[in-house]
Write a protein that binds this ligand. Structure first.
Ligand code: HEC
Length: 233
């Protein structure tokens, strides 16, 4: 190989290695989690079973102010309207879940404009009480991360001074409070992240795809060499 060829090979190999190192192993551009998460909470947040309990806790504790439309959870005052079930079925897409090996409808994904039209006075009332409409929490896990959410829900004023979101959990009176909050965060995570099995499958797919390109590249290189040899180079 000529010196120039060697320089090019080394250069492109280095660029490729740095590229994959940054996206897979250490990404200095990714946002850093600044909030402390107790070990126990971290364990609960990673547990898919806790997420199922978290969904119920979310409905009990949060759905009076927040919707989570991606998972078919809407304001309590909206779902209590007699016309809601038929609107949900007419305009929504069923959200399926597997239970005991069977697919079941656990809710409906209703387009935002339809939902906001039905919920207009409810949202206005919340705005009148809290100064702003409590946001839909469908993608909040992606936006804020586990540490922020856990600390915020445990004590909103500490994380976001001046916020109108009330403190709902009091470890002084309820020993289960930290676990409950962790389960709610586990639930919000489960809405935004694929389940562990699915994640492993996607990683495998990624590795197989890259291996395929490397394999094909090597074959083409061998083929090119043979062709050149045949042509007398
Ligand atoms: C009584 C009404 C009420 C209840 C109940 C409530 N929230 Fe809120 N929440 C709010 C309001 C109002 C805001 C907007 C606060 C702001 O932006 O200052 C908010 C904001 C938030 C935010 C966004 C914070 C941010 O960084 O912008 C998250 C996350 C959140 N709530 C989670 C929850 C969860 C989880 C529950 C249930 C455990 C819950 N909330 C229960 C009223 C409520």
């Amino acid at each position: 190989m000529s010196t120039w060829g060697l320089v090019k090979t080394v250069f492109f190999t280095a660029v490729t290695v740095v590229f994959f190192f940054v996206i897979w192993i250490h990404n200095p551009f990714a946002p850093h989690e600044e909030y402390e998460l107790p070990d126990e909470a971290e364990k609960i947040i990673g547990d898919p079973k806790a997420a199922i309990e978290g969904r119920e806790l979310f409905k009990q504790n949060c759905a009076s102010c927040h919707s989570l439309r991606y998972d078919g959870i809407y304001l309590m005052s909206v779902t209590a309207k007699p016309e809601w079930p038929s609107i949900e079925k007419a305009h929504g897409k069923p959200i399926l879940e597997e239970k005991d090996g069977k697919l079941q409808v656990k809710g409906y994904f209703v387009p935002r404009d339809v939902y906001e039209a039905v919920a207009q006075t409810d949202l206005q009332n919340l705005k009148a009480s809290f100064g702003k409409v409590p946001p839909d929490l469908s993608t909040m896990y992606l936006a804020r991360g586990a540490g922020y959410l856990y600390n915020f829900i445990m004590d909103p004023q500490k994380v976001l001074p001046g916020t109108s979101m009330p403190k709902l959990f009091f470890p002084e009176y309820d020993k289960e409070a930290p676990q409950k909050v962790a389960k709610i965060v586990a639930y919000m995570r489960s809405v935004n992240e694929p389940p562990p099995g699915e994640k492993a499958k996607r990683t495998l797919m990624g590795i197989v795809t890259i291996a395929y390109f490397i394999g094909m590249g090597a074959l083409l290189w061998v083929y090119r060499k043979r062709l050149l040899a045949k042509m007398g180079y």
